[in-house]
Structures are given as C-alpha cells and as structure tokens.
Design a protein around this ligand. Sequence first.
Ligand code: UT7
Length: 363
Amino acid sequence: MDASERALDRAAHNAGPRPAPAPGRRAAVLSGVAGWVPPGTVANADLADRLDTTDEWIRTRTGIAQRHTVPPGTATREMAAEAGRLALKSAGRDTVDAVVLATVTPDRHCPATAPEVATALGLGPVAAHDVSAVCAGFLYALASAAGSIAAGFADHVLVIGAETFSAIVDPDDRNTAIIFGDAAGAVVLRAGDPDEPGALGPVRLGSDGAHSDLIQIPAGGARQRLAGTDPAPGEYCLRMQGRKVYRHAKERMSQAAHDVLERSGWSIGDVDRLATHQANARITEAVADELGVPRDRVLSNIEHVGNTSAASLPLLLADAASSGLLLPHHRVLLAAFGAGLVWGAASLTWPDVTALSVHTYRG
Ligand code: UT7
C-alpha cells in the first residue's frame, strides 16, 4: 500500500460510524446564545429594477423578503462584538478562555479579526482565532471550541459567526445579490457533562475540494496575486453557480444530518427541531423532506435576514429560542453547507437558556 492508498484507507476508516461519547466524559455545553443584525434593510423591491427581478420571484425561489446591511464605517468586527456581548450576557459571564470567530469576511486578510473582537469585548489576552469555512463556518468553529473544552484546554469559549457579505457581493449579480445579507450570531460553550441539556452531541464535518470553483472569489488570493495577471472586473466579488450548489447543499446536508442522527442514537421522530443553514428556504424544505422531518418542526428565519453564511445558524437558534419556537429539552438537529465545498451536522438537546436576539427584526 503506497502513501496515497494509505491516506484513502485512513479517510475511509475515519468516515465510518463512531461510538457516541462515553458517559462521564467532559463535554461542551451551550450556556448562552444571541443574534444581532444591523438596522439597515434591503427589501426585494429595492433590488427589482437593478437586477431585472421581482419580489415574487425572490420570495418564491428563495423564501427571502429582505436582508440587512451594515452601516458605513462598520464591518465584521463590530457585528461580531455586538453578538458576542449579547451571548456573554445570555450566559451570565464576562470572561472566557477563548474566542473563535467563523467568518469569510474578516475586516482584513491579515490579521484575523477574532483578536480585535476579544479586545473590543474586554476579554483580556485570551486565545482568539478565525475559522474560514464559509456557510458551514459556525459548525466548524463549534467543533473547534468543543474540542478545546473536551481536551481541557479551555473551560469557556465564545463562538461567533459574523459576516459582512455586502462587502463581497456584486450588486449587479442577481444570483448572489438577492440572497446574501449581513449579520452575526454567537454562543457560549462551557465545560460540562455529556448527559446534561445543552451538551453538544456528535458532530459530522466534511469537505470536497473538487468543487471549489462552484462558489468562489476568484481574485485577491495568493494564487491570483502571484500569477501576475490583472483580475477582470468583478473578480473580487463572490461568484456562485447557484443551481449546482443547490443540489450539493441538499445532498450534503441531508447525508451529514442522517449520519449525526445515527451517531446520536435518535430516530427521525425524536427530532423536535431541524435547524439548517439558511441558504434558501427551498433547500431547507428539501433537506427536511429527505430526512422525513415534518415542516412544523423546521426552524426558519430566512424571510427576514436572507443567507447570512456563518452567522446563519446561531442567529436562527437565537431567534427561535427568543420567540418560543425552540424550548428547553427540544432535541435539535443542526446542518450547514458552504463553499469549499464544506458541510457539517450536529445534535444537541436545547438547554434552559435565555436567548438574546436584537431583532425581532426591529419590527
Ligand atoms: O449558502 C450556501 C451556498 N449557497 C446556496 O446554497 C445557494 C444555492 N442556490 C440557490 O439558492 C439558487 O440556485 C438561486 C436562488 C441562486 C437561483 O435559483 P434557481 O431556482 O436555482 O434559478 P436558476 O439559476 O436555475 O435560474 C432559473 C431561471 C433562469 O431563467 P431561464 O434560463 O430559465 O429563462 C434564470 O435566468 O431564473 C432566472 N433567474 C432569475 N429571474 C429573476 C435567476 N435569478 C433570477 C432572479 N430574478 N434573481
């Protein structure tokens, strides 16, 4: 067996079912949750002329009615700090051991934005880093934070998803400009017992770089800079092959969610709430149908916020918990998908936590 065969063999082994965490192991427990959206909104009607589209087309094909955008002079750091501050309040804490920020719209390519967020929150010299996994970023960040807690490297971690997609979306691209919005969401994880409500259950993450071109920003990276070619107009913006992405999103989220169900020892009837990355309402419904989750158990806020990438899941959880749609002891199945391609799923039983959501879309 040569090196590449050994790698494939290892990957196949790693992809197989694994036992659930043994009782008594140290687990990451959700102890606070919050969402934050900037006050400015862009309604479908505001896009109609420029993009040769209609409110009805966007609502029917995506479920979106409006999205939010940051005001001038602010970007990801400010939104992340707002959501982080609320999540800490929700958890009743003013200290953590680490900050993990999921974003693909950092304020600058270098350095990461998380250290500035930690400073803005007055958290002192804690560990802080960004995670780049686009719309699956929150689940990747959650897994990283939970791993730190399980390993004993940290007792409390602030996990934030924050995105300023208005900075990378081409306003003339009707494939993307109708979908994406700016927002932030955050949770606090603490060390606890695997059997208590809020304990993060099995997590399933995956990737497929063979389809990296399906959603990308062509220019601005090391490869393009070193090639010495001038980017074409618009190449600093997000490009997406929507229809192909749609198919992958449905398949990958369904499969990952199914794997997590098995690892959790849950049947589909045990799932009280399905919380998927809010990419497109039709994708969420297709994943629910594929899994067999009844529509009245499916959480959704895409109508009010659009697709907010890494902010999507924590914002959805905060909105659902603060509006009473997500209740203590509900068994929640989470799934996300994004550019990369990357995807993930996780499960947890919802804890008794006071969610803070700066919204409820301000009317
Ligand atoms: O966040 C994770 C990654 N992102 C996603 O998961 C997003 C996945 N993709 C999508 O949500 C959908 O593919 C879109 C919303 C982007 C597009 O919807 P679609 O139903 O896949 O439309 P389509 O691209 O297949 O286009 C169908 C038709 C085309 O017209 P013809 O060729 O059939 O005459 C398009 O030109 O709809 C037209 N079209 C539009 N019409 C009005 C495409 N976009 C628009 C638009 N307004 N905004």
